[in-house]
Design a protein around this ligand. Structure first.
Ligand code: UDX
Length: 437
């Protein structure tokens, strides 16, 4: 099929490259010329495992073309909208400017009965509004909403082998046609057995925010248990293991530590609360406010713990922060708990060095006043305290004996409960973690 994808960010670039790798002819469009130039050369403009390899193949074969020219979408049958919906600055609501601009750019170049497919995470009600807008310009065109569930770091795998596919479509013949077209786009995944749910617009929109709200709640639940473990002298990692054996609870996404960040979970739960308020159903998701507050408290607790182990003040202390990305295998620093803690410690007077294998360039743009090192041994040298805040494999596998030879004081704070406590203690380190004795 001939497919266009508007928005070449973490979602759109992976979607475009993946669809091209499945045999579709894909045109990717973005307003950012720098991004487009990189992609046109087969290079991902951000770090995502497996994406460079995928891009190189589909750009070389001509299956993927990337451009800043909006008219390049003409002739495609299916048009995906994959632009961002960031948090509006003052309120928690989603900022829909990019979605509206993408739709406006598309309508000028659509064929009369094309299918437009929204993938961006939007407040419930957006699809119905955009369908009306589309119908005014092209009465025979159809809008579908097809939320995306990819995780950064596993984006290619999640796109090629999704654990479910959701279509929000209008009633009647238009919905049947949209379903048939999307089935053709996702033929491979459907053949592989991916479950498909065909529903209405509001359900499709809500599925996405409900999923992210559930995941955020799961993390804040275990971090709330960590707060209790801290005051009662318990161990949250053992508690998570023990409750996780119950298959109704499950151990996945139950890792306690510094909490969640990134471009999705924090802003999605805030936008959900804002939209529920508008709909007069704010009470239904008021608990997400508590989920957000528990999450925020983990960062404050980490700063307090650092202050405590440094004798009551961080002023002048050399602190090495391992991790800047919001999670491992990503260079994304949007709402990164690690970078937030590093900045807070610096603001309190610490001499902070931040080390990350991929995210230093993005982190520097956001927090230019922090000191950065890519090499972990250089970063550790002379440290008074080491804080593991993003659990990259290379940090989890650090040799505590070698690391101990580099630092000034063997004090480690494990913000992700990711280090082998016994090995670090045996190497002479004072080991502290969130939610553990
Ligand atoms: C998330 C959803 O998982 C994905 O389905 C959706 O499409 C987009 O949002 P992502 O933001 O890429 O994906 O990261 P995810 O792996 O979900 O992690 C989110 C945050 O939670 C990270 O900061 C991570 O460190 C944290 N986390 C995750 C925990 O603190 N504990 C856990 O057990 C799992």
């Amino acid at each position: 099929m001939r497919i266009s994808v508007t928005g070449m960010g973490y979602l759109g670039a992976v979607h475009a490259a993946s669809m091209a790798s499945l045999g579709h002819e894909v045109v990717g469009v973005d307003v950012d010329a720098q991004k487009v130039d990189a992609l046109a050369l087969g290079k991902a403009p951000f770090f995502e495992p497996g994406l460079d390899e995928l891009l190189a193949g589909v750009v070389a074969s001509g299956a993927l073309e990337v451009t800043t020219e909006p008219s390049a979408v003409a002739g495609c049958q299916v048009h995906f909208v994959c632009v961002g919906t960031p948090q509006a600055s003052a309120s928690g609501a989603a900022d829909l400017r990019f979605v509206d601009a993408a739709m406006a750019a598309l309508v000028d170049h659509l064929g009369p009965d094309d299918l437009v497919v929204g993938k961006s995470t939007v407040p419930v009600g957006t699809a119905a509004r955009l369908a009306t807008y589309l119908a005014a310009a092209h009465p025979a065109a159809t809008l579908a909403w097809n939320p995306e569930f990819l995780r950064e770091g596993f984006a290619v795998e999640d796109t090629l082998r999704p654990d479910r596919i959701v279509y929000g479509v209008p009633d009647g013949e238009a919905g049947e046609r949209a379903t048939a077209l999307l089935d053709a786009v996702y033929a491979q995944a459907l053949d592989d057995g991916a479950p498909r749910i065909v529903t209405d617009y509001p359900t499709a929109e809500l599925v996405k925010v409900a999923a992210n709200s559930f995941l955020a709640t799961k993390i804040s639940f275990i971090n709330a248990m960590a707060e209790l473990c801290e005051v009662a002298g318990g161990d949250v990692t053992q508690l998570a293991d023990a409750i996780g054996y119950d298959p109704r609870i499950g151990r996945r996404f139950l890792n306690s530590g510094l909490g969640f960040g990134g471009g999705c979970l924090p802003k999605d739960i805030r936008a959900f609360m804002a939209r529920a308020d508008e709909l007069g159903a704010g009470d239904a998701v008021a608990f997400l406010g508590e989920v957000d507050r528990v999450n925020g408290r983990r960062r404050a607790r980490m700063v307090d713990l650092a202050t405590e182990v440094l004798g009551g003040s961080v002023v002048g202390a050399r602190i090495t922060v391992l991790g800047a990305a919001f999670k491992p295998d990503s260079d994304d620093v949007r709402d990164s708990p690690a970078l937030d803690v590093a900045a807070r410690l610096r603001a309190l007077g610490a001499r902070v060095t931040v080390c990350d294998p991929q995210a230093v360039a993005n982190a520097r743009t956001k927090q230019p006043d922090l000191h950065y090192e890519v090499d972990v041994e250089t970063a550790l040298t002379g440290a008074d305290a080491v804080l593991l805040l993003t659990e990259w494999r290379q940090f989890r596998q650090l040799d505590p004996v070698r690391a101990g030879e580099l630092v000034a004081h063997r004090t480690v704070l494990d913000g992700r409960n990711a280090l082998d406590r016994d090995a670090w203690t045996a190497a002479g380190w004072a080991y502290r973690a969130l939610g553990r004795r």
